[in-house]
Structure formats: structure tokens, C-alpha cells
Design a protein around this ligand. Structure first.
Ligand code: ZN
Length: 281
């Protein structure tokens, strides 16, 4: 639609805040370099808000992809964002939509007194680490370059874990005497294998490239074959490196509340995941 022609276009929503993402866009060459210092964030539309309250869409990560596409149109491929940047943008969009404060009702675990608190989103955004270039993992004369996990692979991993937990719960809950311990163990092993396999996929997707002395390998199948045939310690080291770059400070979303009635101090951790976090807002 040509918004220039619409006499109402000047009343359309406009960016309300500008942010820098934690990785500075260094793993997303598709983002226009000129906006990286001040990425414009627009408030949610009514449709965005409705989608964010649909649990199915939230679970498969589609809601967050669509939300970023709507409110941060200068990011061309939201799916390709690093997970840490997507989490950061989710909070920034909340800020752009509702203002800087998230209201939270806290119930004291000591005396059960309830009180409302304001959580300043800026204080959370400020705590995100800046993610710099990642040192390659070196093995013999190979250099293995990784980037933080992308949104898409993290979402898929979360889905598989949810699915596997459901399957295992269903098996354990039947109370059916005919399900033997052996069958149960077999199911657990299968499930474990599926999650582990996905973990290896997650690692492969977080590998940007492998440099040999005279070649640069980027093909995922070639890398998969290498991962299936290399020593375990190589996988462990790649895993450690990715975990290290994906780390957030432990206290990122932890807040301390002091009860007015009994002076009890309590730390509460919020999930950054939109499903849980929105219920705190
Ligand atoms: Zn209290």
C-alpha cells in the first residue's frame, strides 16, 4: 500500500524509542549498517497485541517473529536474529508500546501482603551484555567460527523439549501396569536421543564457517559430516564457546522486593520468554 497517498498516513504509529541490539548486528550482515546505532522501535498494533496473547503462536516462536517484523521493520529477516537480540527487542517493543514501566503485583511469601511494584524496562535493557566478535575454536589447523544461536534454532529446540516432556509425562501418567520399566527406559532413551540430536543441530546452525589452511567450509552438510566424525572434545569445545556467547547475566531479570508490612526481602526472577513475561506485565 502506498502510504504517501493516504491522507491519514501522518497519523500512523511512529517509532517511540531507538535502541542498539546486544550483538550490534555483527552476525546479521543483512541489516542496514546505517541504522545499527539507532534502530527505530514502533509500538504494537492491535493485531500484534492479540497475536501476543495467543499461546499456540507464542509457543512456536511465530508470534515473536511477526511482532519484530511489525514493530522493527528495519530488520529484514527477524528469524535470522540472534536469540539474545530477539529477547532484547521484545522488551524494547514492550517499552515502545506501554512505556518504560512494567507493573508487577508481588505477594510476600512471609506474610502474604500484596503490593504493586514498577519494574523499569530500561534497567533490564541496560543489563544485557554487549556481544563482540567470537574467538574461533582452534583444533589442529582448523579454525571453527561460531555465532550466538539464532532465534529459529532456539525455538525449534524449545518445541522439541516441550514435545518430549509431554510424551514422557503421558507415559508415566497412564498408571498402566502393563508398561514395564524396560519400556519406560526405552522411551526415555529415545527421547534423550532426539533431544541430543537436536542439540548437535543447534551447534551446527551456530557454526558460521570452518577454515582449513586453504579452504573455507560453510556448507551445513559438510559440517554435519565433520561433527559426526570428529572427537567428542571438539564438540565439547564448540558447545562451550556457544554457551559462553549465549550467556546472559544471571540477575538479568531478577528483582528484589521489600515487603512494606514485614520488611521481608525477596528476589523474584522473571522469565524473559514472552509467554511467561507477559503475564508479569
Ligand atoms: Zn511481608
Amino acid at each position: 500500500m502506498n502510504t504517501e497517498a493516504n491522507p491519514l498516513s501522518k497519523y500512523f504509529r511512529k517509532p517511540t524509542i531507538y535502541v542498539q541490539i546486544p550483538t550490534g548486528g555483527r552476525f546479521n550482515p543483512e541489516i542496514d549498517k546505517t541504522i545499527l546505532d539507532e534502530i527505530p522501535i514502533m509500538p504494537m498494533t492491535a493485531i500484534d497485541e492479540i497475536s501476543m496473547s495467543n499461546p499456540d503462536e507464542l509457543l512456536n516462536g511465530e508470534a515473536l517473529v511477526n511482532l519484530i517484523a511489525s514493530c522493527v521493520p528495519s530488520i529484514p529477516e527477524p528469524r535470522n536474529l540472534c536469540n539474545v537480540d530477539a529477547d532484547f527487542l521484545y522488551l524494547a517493543i514492550k517499552h515502545a508500546t506501554y512505556g518504560k514501566n512494567i507493573e508487577h503485583t508481588h505477594t510476600c511469601s512471609n506474610c502474604e501482603e500484596q503490593a504493586d511494584y514498577n519494574i523499569d524496562i530500561n534497567s533490564i535493557l541496560d543489563k544485557f551484555p554487549e556481544i563482540h566478535d567470537v574467538e574461533p575454536v582452534e583444533y589442529k589447523d582448523l579454525k571453527i567460527y561460531v555465532h550466538p544461536p539464532k532465534m529459529e534454532s532456539m525455538t525449534r529446540m524449545a518445541l522439541i523439549e516441550v514435545e518430549q516432556t509431554r510424551i514422557l509425562d503421558a507415559i508415566s501418567d497412564t498408571g498402566d501396569e502393563s508398561i514395564t520399566e524396560i519400556e519406560l527406559a526405552k522411551q526415555f532413551a529415545l527421547s534423550f536421543r532426539k533431544v541430543s540430536k537436536q542439540n548437535v543441530n543447534l551447534l551446527i546452525e551456530a557454526i558460521d564457517r570452518i577454515e582449513t589452511l586453504d579452504e573455507v567450509v560453510t556448507d551445513k552438510d559438510t559440517i554435519l559430516e565433520f561433527m559426526n566424525n570428529c572427537e567428542t572434545k571438539v564438540i565439547t569445545r564448540i558447545n562451550d564457546q556457544i554457551t559462553k556467547v549465549n550467556n546472559r547475566p544471571k540477575d538479568l531479570t531478577t528483582f528484589e522486593f521489600t515487603c512494606d508490612a514485614c520488611d521481608n526481602k525477596e528476589k523474584v526472577k522473571f522469565e524473559l520468554n514472552p509467554v511467561n513475561f507477559s503475564s508479569a506485565g
